[in-house]
Each structure stands twice: as structure tokens, then as C-alpha cells.
Unconditional design. Structure first.
Length: 370
């Protein structure tokens, strides 16, 4: 069987779908990965994929460039004739569905989160939902990562819900992300791993840090994530430098392998405004780290308040600071129990093998039914 995977970055395929890709390769399938070329494109070829470069802007909607993208996708799929197409992220989901439907190739989409398009109002949201409504008439199946996203999506997009089902996020490799020795430091470390966007709650994180520090609580705060100054909703480089200069955070832009950084943290924080199923929380939980995250769709599907961490109110730095204070007030025994709960919850509910099995079953069902 020939399987085509279309995403807006090679990095995404390699870091989040590698287990799925290896599953297909191990069972003898041919896997074509289609994405813009980046540092991870060669890594995809190293594990056995065939990589095809497809220029694609991850953000913005320009009718002319997007129509060109659709034509390129159709031409590419017509030449390759895969048995099934798997798509992720908004543009591949929309234009991949259209191109595959045009050629009568089964397409399975994954709506991994509603993203900023659904958080804000205006013409961008209207255009996106209109395109989704048209494009999703042509695909064969849609996976969502939580029930709230599926329900919200159905409010704005015309979609046949009988062609949808849920996945436990992208899953996580619980053998790769596993607990290690406890951090060897006397002051607890709070770690946030995220793109530096408003909707990820970055300003709430910084303000909560100020509150915690004003109360004299002993803690350190780390931030890891890319700064994309071209994104309309990003923080500025000047703001970031000011936070570092004020001693609020230590910062690292990019980490090839986050495991050592998660291992050195005591708790992982994600004050996001909405998620699909946040990979950061899955990886941290799998490594036995307590979590603090907002009580919003996606986050509250991973985090059970008081069990594997603490939920805080969205867009509320005071409540986030209060939950940081709750963690700092835990005894060593209570922290250890919460860490064990975090690992157990991920093993039981978010093992990537659960995701892989559902993809395998659905692909076999659709292809055999042709």
C-alpha cells in the first residue's frame, strides 16, 4: 500500500508522527511524506520515507497562493496515485481533501486543534470555516483529538459527524518519554515549552511569575520555544529580552531533544487558551512530571485536577500563580504521588500505540471497501 502524509512542516511529521510512519514502514507500506523542506526532511528519508518538497505557508490565507497550492497538490497526487492520503494542520486538511477528492483517493484528516482561527472572529474565521465545509465533503474520515473540538467544529462547519471519531491526541511514545532520576536542585523549577504566542498564555505565565516572586516564594522558571516575529500574535524580541534581563525566566529558543529539559524540571506549565491534545503535556506526563494547565478543551482532557497536576482559569495569571503556589506547598511525598499519577495517566490513556492502531484499522477499512 502507498500512503501519502501531508503536513505543513517536516518537523511536525518527524517529531509527532514518526511512530505512525514506522508502523506503516514495518508492515511493508510505502510512505510518501509531503511538506515544505526543512532540517527534518532528510531525517524522514533516513527512516525510510520518500520525501517530496511542497512549498506551503503555515499561516495566512492568500486566495492566489492557496489556489496554486491546491493545483500543485492535485498534480502531485495524480502523479503518485497513493492508496490513501493522511493530512494534518489546516491547509493540508483543506486542500489535501479537495485534491484527493478530485482524484477519488481516500483522504483521512486529523483536526489536531482548532487553533487561533476559531478563537477569533472576522473574515479569516469565516473563510476558513467556509473552506472546511466545502473541502470536508470530499474526504472519507476526520479524526478529532477531543470531543469539545469536534462539537465546536460542528457548530461552524458543515460536516457529516458519522464520518468522524476521536483519537487520544497524537499519542506519545511511553518508552522514549519515561521517568528518570529526580532533579537535583533545592529550588523547584517550573518549565513552559511552547511557541511564544499570545494564545499559548505566554503573557499569563510571565505575570504569574511576577506574582509568585512578589510573594517571596522560592522557584525558578524556564521557557523553551521559538520566537516567530513574523507571526501577528507573537511576543516581541524586546519583550522577551526584558523578561530575561529582569531575571523572570531563563530562555532557550530551540531544543532538539526536550527530554533532558523536562527531566530537570519539577512541573510543566501550559496556560494555553485552547488545545487539541497538547504534546507538551503528554511528553511531560509520560516522564512523570506534574502538570499545571488551563481548564480549557485539550488541556483538561490530559490533566485531572488534583491528581496529576492542577487546572487554572484561562487568561487568569492570579489563578495560575495560585496553582503554582499549591504545587510549592505540596510535601515531598505528595509531589512524588502526583508524579506517579502523571505517568500512569499517560500510559493508560495516551500511549501512541492506541493512535496507531486506530489509524491502521481505519485505513484498512477504507481501502478494502473501494
Amino acid at each position: 500500500m502507498k500512503i501519502a502524509i501531508i503536513i505543513n512542516t517536516s518537523w511536525n511529521i518527524y517529531n509527532f508522527r514518526r511512530g505512525l510512519v514506522r508502523y506503516f514502514l514495518d508492515r511493508g507500506d510505502e510512505v510518501i511524506t509531503i511538506a515544505p523542506e526543512d532540517a527534518y526532511s532528510a531525517k524522514l528519508e533516513e527512516i525510510g520515507c520518500r520525501f517530496i518538497h511542497l512549498p506551503m505557508s503555515a499561516s495566512g490565507m492568500n486566495p492566489v497562493t492557496d489556489f496554486v497550492l491546491l493545483l500543485k497538490l492535485r498534480s502531485l497526487l495524480k502523479a503518485e496515485r497513493p492508496d490513501v492520503v493522511l493530512t494534518y494542520t489546516i491547509k493540508p486538511n483543506i486542500y489535501g481533501s479537495l485534491a484527493a477528492g478530485w482524484l477519488r483517493i481516500p483522504c483521512i484528516c486529523n483536526v489536531s486543534g482548532l487553533g487561533t482561527t476559531f478563537l477569533w472572529k472576522g473574515w479569516v474565521k469565516k473563510m476558513a470555516t467556509t473552506l472546511y465545509s466545502f473541502a470536508f465533503r470530499f474526504n472519507r474520515w476526520v479524526f478529532f483529538q477531543n470531543a469539545d473540538d469536534r462539537d465546536e467544529f460542528g457548530r461552524f462547519v458543515k460536516i457529516d459527524m458519522s464520518k468522524t471519531s476521536l483519537l487520544p491526541g497524537s499519542g506519545v511514545d511511553i518508552d522514549y518519554f519515561k521517568p528518570g532520576p529526580a532533579p537535583e536542585h533545592s529550588v523547584p523549577v517550573f518549565l513552559m515549552i511552547s511557541r511564544l504566542l499570545v494564545e499559548k498564555g505566554i503573557y499569563d505565565f510571565i505575570e504569574a511569575i511576577r506574582i509568585v516572586k512578589k510573594k517571596g516564594r522560592k522557584a525558578r522558571f524556564r521557557l523553551i520555544g521559538g520566537l516567530d516575529e513574523e507571526h501577528s500574535r507573537t511576543v516581541s524580541k524586546r519583550e522577551l529580552e526584558a523578561w530575561i534581563g529582569d531575571g523572570l525566566i531563563t530562555y532557550q529558543e530551540h531544543v532538539e531533544d526536550v527530554r533532558s529539559d523536562i527531566a530537570r524540571a519539577d512541573v510543566v506549565v501550559l496556560p494555553s487558551y485552547r488545545e487539541g491534545t497538547p504534546r507538551t503535556l503528554l511528553e511531560a506526563g509520560a516522564m512523570g512530571k506534574p502538570l499545571i494547565a488551563t481548564d480549557v478543551p485539550g488541556c483538561n482532557h490530559v490533566l485531572i485536577d488534583g491528581y496529576n497536576g492542577f487546572l487554572c482559569k484561562v487568561r487568569n495569571p492570579k489563578d495560575l500563580a495560585a496553582k503554582m503556589g499549591l504545587f510549592l506547598a505540596l510535601s515531598e511525598e505528595e509531589r512524588l504521588q502526583m508524579a506517579q499519577n502523571a505517568r500512569q495517566s499517560i500510559v493508560e490513556r495516551f500511549d501512541e500505540r492506541l493512535v496507531i492502531a486506530r489509524y491502521g484499522d481505519k485505513i484498512d477499512e477504507l481501502v478494502s471497501g473501494l
